[in-house]
Design a protein around this ligand. Sequence first.
Ligand code: GUE
Length: 300
Amino acid sequence: MAAKIIDGKSFAAGLRGRIADHVVRLKAEHGITPGLAVVIVGHDPGSQVYVAQKAKQTVEMGMHSEKYELPEDTSEADVLALVRKLNADPAIHGILVQLPVPKQIDPLKIIDTIDPAKDVDCFTPASVGKLAIGLPGPVSCTPLGCLMLLRDTLGDLSGLHAVVVGRSNLVGKPIAQLLLRESCTVTIAHSRTRNLPDLVRQADIVIAAVGRPEMIRGDWIKPGATVIDVGINRIDAPERGEGKTRLLGDVAYKEAAEVAGAITPVPGGVGPMTIACLLANTVTTASLIHGLVPPSDLTA
Ligand SMILES: Nc1nc(=O)c2c([nH]1)NC[C@@H]1CN(c3ccc(C(=O)N[C@@H](CCC(=O)O)C(=O)O)cc3)C=[N+]21
């Protein structure tokens, strides 16, 4: 039986509708316009497209958007000075510094400089701690998007065995925290895990976040399992023409879709949810900064 395809693109469109409603209400009832600043250093073409998409959607939501494109050779001190200026700016409620940054800049120093109240990526130690103990605050964008898709697909997640493949600070660790909060049994696997295929075969929920194209094969998937593919691997595709690329997930999609109960495609799965959740987090941080209870349908 073919798997249900989890349509992240349309779920994200629905989420943006709810975000826009909350923005209208924040403006009308409290005079607050949520503001997001996106900072990008250097000119990775993939990053540029993606940052432009964020800025466009921020404006579509009725939010205030600022975009800072700094040259590749910008010093660490200059980036930190910009972050401090944004920390102090009352029109800004969310700050995102696109990673990776060029090698002269220490990403940990950036993370340590962002005001945790404006940390829409949930990168800072304060935000990570809040997430771990269940206090209100921003939730890492990709994990939040995955959780929303899982709840929509499965309803109650309690007691399900989730195998998270990948242990990054950005995805693997925070998604494991969120699934634990949902009362899943959570296993975190990574490059040193022994007998990964057999472990993944035990999963009711597979979260693939390793960054290796099509590493997770169809015969690793338990029949009926739900597969969330976080991988976005850009591969050369000369068959599509000179210089063309295509996107592959971390899961061998065709094989897995024959076995899984439900699966996210790449593109059109987790990716669009990540951007929508960034906007949701900006509404959350704007609410918290002004002492308001953040909308419960925009967070975990
Ligand atoms: N501070 C920071 N926060 C991030 O959240 C962050 C980051 N840095 N650096 C880069 C990665 C990557 N990332 C993506 C989000 C959405 C899509 C996305 O919308 N993808 C579309 C396809 C887009 C395309 O065709 O290229 C999809 O999957 O359907 C992709 C990639 C966020 N990141």
